[in-house]
Design a protein around this ligand. Structure first.
Ligand code: FAD
Length: 295
């Protein structure tokens, strides 16, 4: 199917893109186009105007400053997967970017587009939630009248394909703490064989001192409408030695944190995904701590 007719325009700066959004009702931002264009072709989205932000250099790039990794929203998955800065600062993000889709998707798709689209099956919402990332959002006047604001990943995602982004706002950058030497992070997913999208994905960051877990953040995605933190698992991991048995007992508690709204489809039922959540979480901690090589 072809998309409905639309006007195409290019923005050369963030402020121009915001101004164009504000003066054209229903207009949509085009970043890598790997989610927007399929939606338009299926006529699930019918924007009268598409604003191409692909040429805005100020929205690209990767840097580390004062213990914070900063990535411009237009940075592609391939740029992240090839970056030694990301590899050193956040190995979990580096590996996850490499596991997204295929080379075409990674070469065009952007971190900002992935987050703004908020597909429950996307990998980055789960990983950025577990990494305690903060998103910079810019807007001016129009409906939001908020200027620039920072929103944590925990607050940003509100449901399937839903975020706190206002109509005239643009996501410009993503920031997250650089992992400390005693922090170990990993993302494990059961990937859909056709697309690599997460059927169930699990992210963990564990802090380990003298063999004991002194802090944990865990989140799962793919099976819930938005990334879901696991407070019961986090509490159970805290203060224990990370042995295989202890990890298995703690990760089993994720079931109680999932709630009742579990996604399912012809590929994998909700019941099956629910059962897989603890398994992917266990794999993630095994890999993060090196236990995977011994079990
Ligand atoms: C075959 C295939 C396989 C894929 N596999 C995976 C996978 O394994 N894992 C995974 O995580 N993802 C996967 N994806 C999705 C991919 O990562 C997309 O790149 C991503 O979802 C959207 O990024 P984009 O830059 O292409 O955004 P676009 O398609 O350009 O935009 C998506 C939406 O976000 C909005 N938007 C874009 N940028 C901004 C911004 N800066 N501020 C505000 N709004 C913005 C747009 O208006 C639009 O509504 C796959 C996609 C395809 C087609």
């Amino acid at each position: 199917m072809f998309a409905t007719e639309f006007e195409y325009t290019k923005a050369n700066s963030v402020s121009e893109a915001i101004q164009l959004l504000g003066s054209n009702d229903g207009a949509k931002i085009l970043a890598g186009g790997h989610s927007l264009l399929p939606m338009m072709k299926l006529r699930l989205a019918r924007p009268p105007m598409v604003i191409d932000i692909g040429g805005i250099e100020e929205m690209r790039g990767i840097s580390v400053e004062n213990g914070t990794l900063r990535i411009g929203a237009l940075t592609t998955h391939a740029d992240i997967a090839e970056s030694h800065v990301v590899k050193d600062a956040s190995g979990i993000l580096w590996e996850t970017a490499y596991g997204i889709g295929d080379p075409q998707v990674r070469n065009r798709g952007t971190i900002g587009g992935n987050i703004a689209h908020a597909d429950p099956a996307s990998d980055l919402p789960t990983v950025l939630t577990v990494m305690d990332a903060v998103f910079t959002i810019q807007g001016q006047g129009g409906i939001t009248r908020r200027g620039s604001r920072n929103v944590s990943a925990d607050e940003f995602f509100t449901g399937p394909f839903e975020t706190v982004l206002g109509e005239n706002e643009i996501l410009t950058a993503i920031e997250m703490p650089v992992l400390a030497a005693n922090q170990h992070a990993e993302y494990a997913k059961m990937a859909h064989p056709a697309t690599s999208f997460a059927v169930v994905g699990a992210g963990v960051v564990v802090t380990v001192d003298n063999g004991v877990c002194t802090g944990a953040r865990v989140a799962v995605g793919g099976l819930t409408p938005k990334p879901t933190r696991g407070p019961s698992v986090e509490a159970a991991l805290n203060g224990i030695e990370l042995t295989a048995d202890n990890i298995a007992a703690a990760t089993a508690l994720i079931d109680g944190d999932l709630g009742s709204d579990i996604l399912g489809d012809v590929f994998a039922s909700g019941e099956y995904r629910r059962a897989m959540a603890a398994i992917e979480l266990k794999h993630a901690i095994f890999h993060a701590t090196g236990l995977a090589h011994h079990n």
